[in-house]
Design a protein around this ligand. Structure first.
Ligand code: FAD
Length: 445
């Protein structure tokens, strides 16, 4: 008898598990069930599709249902899993007969947080969680709409403001706090704020929306604590939460973060049930605790581990250090590890230092060079690096990648202060910014 793996959710976590499990055990019967119209949609490039850097929508689909079926993975689209009986190992669908599983994967992703205001479900109000929404926003923008309001100021809001401004839209960001992307320190978000001004994006801090209404011509009117705003399009990007309704009903244990608790082999608290992606927790190697970090690279890595384990090969998800990056106009923003507030929350004694340096050596300096900023955060008691943040026109992501690797291997600050990096004048000074900030920080320990 062939073993049967049933997968709930055809996003990054589900699709990567299916591909890996099939590779390890070609005899495994796999059924992937997805409530939407597509599987294996890459959400990360969606802002670039809306902004038309990516022209064709098929480039957002990593693998089609047909390709999965050819490889022996059965795909059920527009089918929702309504209930799971883990004693009988049965999955009940929105349509079609129930399915019996030997192994089950829960990869239900995350749902957008909505502000809970009248009008949030209106036509032309989007959350950018699906390919259909990305296509609809792009069509609207290309049909000549002129104004957009983005509610929220996280990294997706930043990417969308860049994308929409590229079409010449009048873009406003309405945010309840004073600063955008609070993972980055004030010194870095100030750079972002000046870019808003240069690029014509209106950032509206301390703004709360109480309702959205539709005008006769289908444009929208937002009522806010700062007055009314007329717009043609709204994107709500105020965060997401793990989609765990089904998992809770199945009796799967949740962690403190509210996401599904898994072990390092992606097994849940219930026998034969695994979980991957945004709906799960992942081990944070710096915080030394389980957290929910809904990012695509993590979902893919968890999927590879779950697929191997389900296929019959032992595997371990080694955890994360919290690396993240995004592009905002011509700026790179990247961060890794813990910020100061998080570090305090997790019982560390953080101390930080920041420095700015041009991206080239003094001999090659160009007038248009803008400085790269780097902040390092270390634990005062142990001298261990805890985290880093960077912003710059080039090289910021590369610095954070280096620092992620050192966090992974628990490098000390004094190692970093003289670590061997590739120096050449077009890429920076003989003393890299990482050396400079490490030395500044060592003085504070
Ligand atoms: P999803 O991809 O959301 O898939 C879950 C699937 O489960 C959904 O298709 C859903 O329809 C289905 N489902 C749920 N419940 C059921 C049910 N009961 N029955 C059947 N099907 C069900 N991450 C990065 O690392 N870098 C980035 O630059 C980045 N940019 C992003 C930009 C945008 C606009 C967005 C939206 C996300 C971005 N992410 C990024 C995050 C990344 O896309 C997610 O972490 C990743 O898609 C998570 O994969 P997942 O499989 O867990 O969830």
């Amino acid at each position: 008898m062939r073993r049967h793996l049933v997968i709930i959710g055809g996003g990054a976590g589900g699709a990567s598990t299916a591909a890996e499990a099939k590779r390890i055990d070609p005899d495994l019967q796999i059924t992937m069930i997805e409530q939407g119209k597509h599987v294996s949609v890459a959400a990360c490039p969606m802002p670039y599709f809306v902004g038309d850097t990516i022209k064709q929508e098929h480039k957002l689909i990593a693998r089609t249902p047909e390709a999965f079926r050819e490889s022996g993975v059965d795909v059920l689209l527009k089918t929702r899993v309504e209930r799971v009986d883990t004693d009988q190992r049965r999955v009940y669908l929105s349509d079609g007969p129930e399915i019996v599983y030997d192994r089950l994967l829960v990869a239900t992703g995350a749902s957008p947080i909505l502000p809970g205001i009248p009008g949030q479900d209106l036509d032309r109000v989007y959350t950018l969680r699906s390919l259909e929404e990305a296509i609809a926003i792009k069509a609207l923008v290309q049909s000549g709409c002129r104004r957009a309001v983005i509610i929220g100021a996280g990294f997706i809001a930043m990417e969308m403001s860049d994308a929409l401004t590229g079409f010449g839209l009048d873009v406003r960001i309405a945010h309840r706090d004073e600063r955008p992307v609070t993972r980055w320190g004030v010194e870095f978000t100030e750079r972002l704020m000046s870019t808003f001004a240069e690029r014509g994006v209106l950032f509206m801090p301390k703004t709360t929306i109480s309702r959205i209404d539709q005008n006769a011509d289908r444009s929208l009117r937002l009522t806010t604590n700062q007055g009314e705003i007329e717009t043609d399009l709204v994107v709500i990007a105020i965060g997401i939460r793990p989609n765990v309704t089904l998992a809770k009903a199945m009796g799967l244990q949740l962690g403190d973060s509210g996401a599904i608790r898994v072990n390092l082999s992606q097994q849940t608290s219930v026998a034969n049930v695994y979980a991957t992606g945004d709906c799960t927790e992942v081990y944070h190697r710096v915080a030394r605790r389980w957290v929910n970090v809904p990012l695509g690279d993590i979902a893919n890595k968890q999927g590879r581990v779950a697929g191997q384990v389900i296929g019959g090969r032992p595997a371990v998800m080694p955890g994360i250090v919290g690396a993240q990056s995004f592009k905002f106009f011509d700026l790179e923003l990247a961060a890794t590890g813990l910020g100061e507030q998080e570090a305090v929350r997790y019982g560390f004694h953080p101390v930080s230092a920041t420095a700015w340096a041009p991206p080239t050596a003094p001999s090659m300096r160009q007038k248009e060079d803008i400085e790269t900023g780097l902040k390092l955060i270390a634990d005062q008691s142990t001298g261990m690096l805890l985290g880093a943040q960077a912003v710059g026109r080039r090289g910021a992501v590369q610095k954070i990648d280096v620092l992620s690797a050192t966090l992974w291997y628990e490098a000390r600050l004094d190692d970093l202060a003289s670590m061997d990096f590739g120096y050449a004048p077009p890429f920076g000074g003989a003393w890299d910014l990482i050396h400079i900030v490490s030395r500044l920080l060592l003085k504070k320990l």
